[in-house]
Write a protein that binds this ligand. Structure first.
Ligand SMILES: [Fe+2]
Ligand SMILES: [Fe+2]
Length: 276
């Protein structure tokens, strides 16, 4: 099974890049399942239902989020009816929507996707480890599903590595999102679970984590806020991870960083493109 996960889409420029690149990636790489983190897709803050649909139309099968999940208030409503929309699993129980769901991939495989948020330097939520454990125990890999993908939306690299190690051998892929900066440590762990501490963003990297530089610079220099943060609008670079998953075990066989655009060094999964 061929899985692609793209990091936080930031604003119009990020959306444009997803619309431009994703449909041909799905075709060329014969992708079976695509996850996109959409928490910053609407002007950097949250996601509207229209944008959610736009990301699905481009080829995403599931949209995950994070601390910005409900910045656009309409998400409180469509989170309930849109089964392909996930918000962090460890929000309080009364929060609209769901934090995990099972989907059918293009190959017919059953894919469990879990979106969960970290605790370090983030809004205090329930224990992410316990929340993930409950989901995975209820639907183990190889018995009730053919692949498990976890989006751990967290700030601290150490906490994300803990989650990846905790799930090694029991999930196909554990990715970190939220920092908007890709790490270089994508790999397959000893138990067979692919991981990457943070997969970066789909946005304009000539920015401060996707936002125009002027306001963060002004705040840093003067210690005074002079306005709202707005997304950087020049051409975006897509950033994410590609994983080839064994159809029998649900564990990862190959993994590669994906980077396409003007800013970061280009990287694509040659293990798929070489076959063409
Ligand atoms: Fe984000
Ligand atoms: Fe975030």
């Amino acid at each position: 099974m061929r899985i692609l996960f793209l990091g936080d889409v930031v604003g119009r420029s990020g959306r444009k890049a997803v619309r431009h690149h994703l449909p041909s990636m799905v075709d060329r790489w014969k992708l079976d399942f695509v996850v996109v983190n959409g928490e910053n897709a609407a002007g950097g803050f949250g996601i509207t239902e229209k944008i959610f649909q736009e990301l699905l139309d481009a080829g995403a099968d599931c949209i995950t989020t994070g601390n910005h999940a409900f910045d656009q208030k309409e998400a409180l409503v469509f989170a309930e009816r849109q089964e392909r929309f996930l918000r962090p699993l460890n929000y309080p129980p009364q929060t609209p929507g769901r934090g995990a769901n099972i989907y059918t991939a293009r190959s017919g495989a059953r894919v469990l996707v879990i979106n969960v948020m970290g605790q370090l330097f983030m809004t205090a939520l329930d224990d992410p480890i316990a929340a993930v454990e409950r989901e995975i125990a209820a639907m183990p890999l190889g018995r009730d599903c053919d692949a498990i993908i976890v989006d751990f939306h967290a700030e601290a690299t150490s906490e994300k590595q803990v989650m990846a190690a905790f799930l090694d051998g029991r999930a196909s892929l554990v990715v970190g999102t939220h920092t908007h900066v890709p790490t270089a440590d994508y790999r397959i762990q000893p138990g067979g679970t692919a991981m990457m501490t943070d997969i970066g963003m789909c946005g304009d990297y000539d920015s401060i984590i996707g936002m125009q530089k002027d306001e963060p610079l002004h705040r840093a220099v003067t210690k005074i806020s002079s306005g709202r943060l707005g997304p950087a609008m020049e051409e975006a670079t897509l950033s994410g991870i590609a994983v080839d998953v064994d159809d029998t075990t649900g564990l990862a066989r190959k993994v590669a960083a994906v980077r396409l655009g003007p800013h970061l060094e280009r990287s694509v999964p040659t293990f798929w493109t070489d076959e063409d």
